[in-house]
Unconditional design. Structure first.
Ligand code: MN
Ligand code: MN
Length: 299
């Protein structure tokens, strides 16, 4: 790998990791979701990077794809099992990392199972390893901790400007792709005490650009222009449109219209099928001949 390119991956990873660590300071009983999302995204920007995607805040039986929405009045509650997933990019080089914050006695086993499974998987990866072996390691480590992996959530290959670049890194023995030196991958075990699957539900405040469509209404056209200019590469939060000047009270209509005309798509919140609690851990890493270099390490 070109040394300058490596440096970009490492730097993006470090910034994402700092956002992740910040989650442990700012997620507290009574704190607003909006405050947490903005604190972490502001930190990413203050380090000279951009969020690669909105900070995912997913609580209890939700595994992923929720975030603070415009005007969101949700606060964290005693006992919440809070997954915070942070992405930072520098000129398209992405760091993707997640942690679980516990606000009470619940979820301890799941947090530990996800973290131990991630460590075991990292130990296993080097050039030439099959993704099935990684998934097998995740699953057996989870089971040793009395938890189940979520079988239909996976890690992934990362390429410049593309967070999910084709190859999936499973959390169960599945698939047959081989990982090569120089590839950048994210491994992200999700542990649950439910049935081990998720389904996609309602929109969670995270969207991605599909195509530019002609809009007749002023505020919808305004949103379309912002999305086209600034958010056409990577996922964005409806919250960010309000930051850019779109009227907060008009957001439901703006989003509905953009979706209906095929300009954007929503990510639905991913919820455990058996309403089990979910814990998550994630790191991004560069695959080497004899191991990996984890990029999402805070200084
Ligand atoms: Mn992630
Ligand atoms: Mn990921």
């Amino acid at each position: 790998m070109d040394p300058d390119v490596r440096q970009q991956w490492l730097e993006a990873g470090r910034i994402a990791a700092e956002g992740r660590e910040l989650a442990h300071e700012v997620v507290e009983v009574g704190t607003d979701w909006v405050e947490v999302a903005e604190a972490i995204e502001d930190h990413v920007r203050s380090e000279g990077a951009e969020p690669a995607f909105p900070v995912n805040i997913s609580v209890n039986e939700d595994a992923a794809h929720d975030t603070a929405r415009p005007g969101d009045d949700r606060t964290f509650e005693e006992g919440d099992v809070v997954k915070v997933d942070v992405g930072a990019h520098l000129d398209g080089y992405i760091g993707d990392t997640a942690t679980t914050v516990l606000l009470g006695g619940r979820g301890r086993k799941l947090k530990q199972a996800a973290e131990e499974a991630l460590s075991a998987a990292i130990e296993r990866v080097q050039a030439g390893v099959n993704v099935k072996e990684i998934g097998s390691t995740v699953q057996s480590t989870m089971q040793a901790h009395g938890a189940k992996p979520i079988s239909n959530l996976t890690g992934h290959l990362i390429e410049r400007w593309t967070q999910h670049a084709g190859i999936s890194i499973p959390n169960i023995p599945h698939g047959d792709k081989t990982i090569e030196a120089g590839q950048v991958i994210a491994i992200e075990p999700f542990a649950t005490d439910g049935v081990g699957k998720i389904h996609e539900g309602e929109d969670g405040g995270i969207f991605h650009y599909e195509q530019t469509t002609r809009q007749r209404q002023n505020d919808v056209r305004q949103a379309m222009e912002i999305i086209e200019d600034e958010f056409d590469e990577l996922p964005f939060a409806s919250r960010w449109l309000v930051d850019e000047g779109v009227n907060e009270r008009r957001m439901p209509l703006v989003l509905r219209t953009l979706k209906r005309t095929g300009a954007i798509e929503a990510y639905g919140v991913l919820t455990e099928d058996g309403d089990g609690l979910v814990g998550q851990a994630e790191h991004t890493m560069i695959v080497e001949e004899d191991g990996v270099t984890v990029t999402t390490v805070a200084e």
